[in-house]
Write a protein that binds this ligand. Sequence first.
Ligand SMILES: [Zn+2]
Ligand SMILES: [Zn+2]
Ligand SMILES: [Zn+2]
Length: 168
Amino acid sequence: MPLKAKMHPPLAVSLKVPPAGEENAQFRALLRREGLRMTPERSIILEEIFKVEGHFQPDDLLVRFRTNGVRISRATIYRTLDLLVSCGLVRREIFTGGVHYERAHDVEGHAHHDHLVCISCSAIFEFHNSEIERLQEVVCREFDFEPHSHSHQISGLCAGCRQRAAAV
Ligand SMILES: [Zn+2]
Ligand SMILES: [Zn+2]
Ligand SMILES: [Zn+2]
């Protein structure tokens, strides 16, 4: 089964490639449309997000900034994440453990995937199944519906949690 276990942050500490010029341009274009400026705070948040591997929660960014002595408010982080979701650079997922963000799948190196979420330990597993992807297109055609994106999430119990429950 093409299943890759991927837990919540720990956030990757390694310095990843800085935001591609294209993504930066995409964000700037949205800000312009909204009549907003690319502030230093927005720029720092964008860069930090591009260093994160996998999922993160807004407070993870806050902790990261505080640790590095960067003063950015929680409100600014939330607002900037909203903007990044609007321009399609970041994907928002509501899981049992709260709202998670990750770089959008159409960003280089982040292939499209869907999620299995454990309701007991909040572990997140990412999967890609080409048959499921294909069938979603079939469904859209049946409804004469033009798909823009989808989010497929299965909640349940992971193997570890089931084993622990059985052992009690
Ligand atoms: Zn999918
Ligand atoms: Zn679990
Ligand atoms: Zn994911």
